[in-house]
Design a protein around this ligand. Structure first.
Ligand code: FCB
Length: 440
């Protein structure tokens, strides 16, 4: 990789990210069923109907996985604590689950890794999904209660805490587009989830502050949105899509408002009195996590109901996901977020990475595409820092090949290859390249 640690400000953190359901194996340790298990068990939702029952068996192999982070010279590890593992029915404590995260955090500290915890990375307990999941405001209170429990156990040792991972995916992708659990396609459910996930973030912040926790924030995903052509229709589509995808959450959190082009469609379906929640939602955070992968081109499609949109991947080279590789989008979001929303607040690139159809040959994985991808996005991050954005760290998604949600185990994002028959880990060439680049 053509960058080095010394190119970055002192204290800049390099790390990798994962999420509980995608790696741990949810059949172990008394974890409860989640809406992803039922989503996967319904034909047509997930490639080969795969689920997270075994995943990478990280539940048993976490020591080996944390060794890989340490041996690469990483500073930090972004992981998530599964609500359904800690509270199998969303409300009752499973001590084995707490014990697991206790061991996990201690094992990070023993290896000199700063634990960056995420509280919700999508494994909603089925018992709460039965009651309407994120369309039901009670889910927010149950989430806040979970936070009390997990924070009482490991809050003394984690370095940073993010409340929600990618609220846009939790709400829009899962309730409007139907691509993620619970797989709804319903505008009213979407409007409620779009607001309730912010309420959950706000309540989480309140509970964390009540416990005196510092370094608390949220992780949002951003998608570079470009007009398909020079038409007025394309410009209008950009304004609408940017509001739904890129502005809704950060504007609520940084300013306590929702953007008008998104409210145009959602207002009629919002829960009564939503305005009264905006103060709690917009309380101070300590950092913002930025997840960035790709760019889309959009245009107006008046044959469709609101948001009257058609969208497609940009024209550049694509990853195994079919996602366009567009590093300038990362620079532009980091700069835009600093300029328009958060000023000098610390920013972390909490996810950036690519899937590729990697294979082990002679005991090694040759993935120059990933090495180039990471270098290009690291350079984009450096340009944003040079332009004044206070970026303090970069986490590669992901440490391991893992359960890529609706794509099952087919899409390989890891810097470490996982053979899903034997569960053997093989660091890819990009892992070795990253290790050399970040060496002290
Ligand atoms: C993000 C998710 C993460 C992973 C990557 C590829 O949207 O946060 O779990 O699936 O995409």
């Amino acid at each position: 990789m053509n960058f080095k640690r010394s190119d970055f400000p002192d204290g800049f953190l390099f790390g990798a990210a994962t999420a509980a359901y995608q790696i741990e194996g949810h059949q172990f340790g008394g974890a409860g069923p989640t809406h992803w298990d039922t989503f996967a068990a319904t034909p047509g939702n997930v490639v080969r109907a795969e689920n997270g029952a075994l995943a990478c068996d990280h539940y048993h192999r976490f020591a080996e996985d944390l060794d890989l982070l340490r041996d690469a010279g990483m500073d930090a590890y972004r992981f998530s604590t599964s609500w359904a593992r800690v509270m199998p029915d969303g409300r009752t404590v499973n001590t084995q689950g707490l014990d697991f995260y206790d061991r996990l955090v201690d094992a990070m500290l023993e290896r000199g890794l700063k634990p960056f915890q995420t509280l919700y990375h999508w494994e909603l307990p089925s018992a709460l999904a039965d009651k309407g999941g994120w369309t039901n405001r009670d889910t927010c209170t149950a989430f806040a209660d979970f936070i009390d429990v997990i924070t009482d156990r490991i809050g003394d040792r984690v370095h940073a805490i993010a409340t929600i991972n990618e609220p846009w995916c939790v709400a829009y992708l899962a309730h409007f587009l139907g691509h993620h659990a619970p797989g709804l396609r319903d505008i009213r459910a979407t409007a409620r989830a779009m607001h309730h996930i912010n309420v959950a973030h706000g309540m989480a912040m309140t509970r964390l502050r009540a416990k005196g926790m510092q370094n608390c924030g949220v992780v949002l995903n951003f998608d570079h949105t470009a007009p398909l052509d020079n038409s007025i229709g394309a410009a209008k589509a950009v304004a609408t899509w940017d509001a739904i995808m890129n502005r809704w959450f950060i504007e609520a959190i940084a300013k306590g408002t929702y953007p008008a082009p998104a409210l145009d469609g959602f207002a009629a379906h919002m829960p009564a009195g939503w305005q009264n929640d905006m103060a709690e939602i917009s309380q101070k955070i300590d950092f913002l996590g930025v997840n960035y992968y790709t760019r889309h081109q959009v245009m107006t499609d008046d044959t469709q109901p609101w948001p009257h949109l058609a969208s497609r991947e940009g024209p550049g080279p694509k990853t195994q996901m079919g996602w366009e590789i567009y590093p300038d989008g990362l620079q532009s979001f980091l700069t835009r977020l600093a300029d328009d929303y958060v000023g000098d607040l610390p920013l972390f690139v909490t996810e950036n990475g690519m899937a590729w159809d990697d294979h082990v040959e002679n005991g090694a994985v040759y993935d120059p595409e990933r090495t180039a991808f990471v270098s290009d996005h690291i350079h984009a991050t450096q340009r944003a820092i040079a332009a004044g954005a206070n970026v303090q760290g970069f986490f590669y998604w992901s440490l391991l090949d893992n359960y890529e949600w609706a794509f099952g185990y087919e899409k390989r994002f890891g810097m470490v290859h996982v053979d899903f028959d034997t569960l053997k880990r093989t660091p890819k060439a990009s892992y070795h390249a990253f290790k050399s680049a970040i060496a002290r």
